[in-house]
Design a protein around this ligand. Structure first.
Ligand code: FMN
Length: 187
């Protein structure tokens, strides 16, 4: 059975480059992986005061969804050399209440995306820092910094660049192997 990979896109923009790369990932994934994007834009900002007996239903649904995944994959742009707030909020929501984080031990990986030349290196590593702290085994190699993304897409927003398609295909094969090495039974 295919491994169920929850994909988080750190941009809400309709024409998001990052989302287009995430769409390409679903298309390039091997049959052993099923990639599904999880909506994060409607999650209320994390507020510990709300996290009691009846937390916001959006948080509950999000936590259940992540709990049910075999692995997690982050596709993120970079905002001011860090992780966009919407994605950091999703990470925070999943990490609480204390002791009940839904991230623990899920194999994970990050692909950072930018129209700039540094490939959102800062966001990539800021996200790694949080996820390593949250006990997520993050794939170390290959790393994925997708730079100059605007030049890689065609007019329909499809990933047209052959070498990037090839790279991401290999990346996903490595991710599939990483998941098999690190997967734990679903809780
Ligand atoms: C608030 C803000 C901060 C940004 N900071 C960075 C940055 O630090 N590094 C970078 O490469 N691009 C930065 N950008 C430009 C984004 O890479 C660009 O807007 C990109 O298209 C966002 O990703 P998306 O297309 O998936 O929405 C920033 C954009 C915004 C709106």
């Amino acid at each position: 059975m295919a491994r169920n990979v929850a994909v988080f896109v750190g941009s809400l923009r309709r024409e998001s480059f990052t989302k287009k790369i995430a769409n390409a990932l679903a298309e390039l994934a091997p049959p052993s992986l099923h990639l599904e994007q999880i909506e994060i834009g409607a999650l209320p900002h994390y507020n510990q005061d709300l996290d009691g007996e009846s937390p916001p239903p959006e948080w509950r649904a999000f936590r259940d969804r992540v709990r049910g995944a075999d692995a997690v994959l982050f596709a993120t742009p970079e905002y001011n050399r860090g992780v966009p707030g919407v994605l950091k909020n999703a990470i925070d929501v999943g990490s609480r209440p204390y002791g009940k984080s839904v991230w623990v031990k899920k194999p994970g990986a990050v692909i950072s995306v930018s129209p700039g030349v540094i490939g959102a290196f800062g966001a990539n590593h800021a996200l790694r820092q949080s996820m390593v702290f949250l006990d997520v085994p993050m794939m170390q190699q290959p790393e994925a910094y997708i730079s100059r993304v605007d030049a890689l897409l065609d007019r329909d927003g499809k990933l047209a660049d052959a070498s990037t398609r090839d790279f991401l295909t290999k990346y996903l094969a490595a991710l599939a192997a990483w998941i098999e090495r690190n997967v734990v039974a679903r809780s």
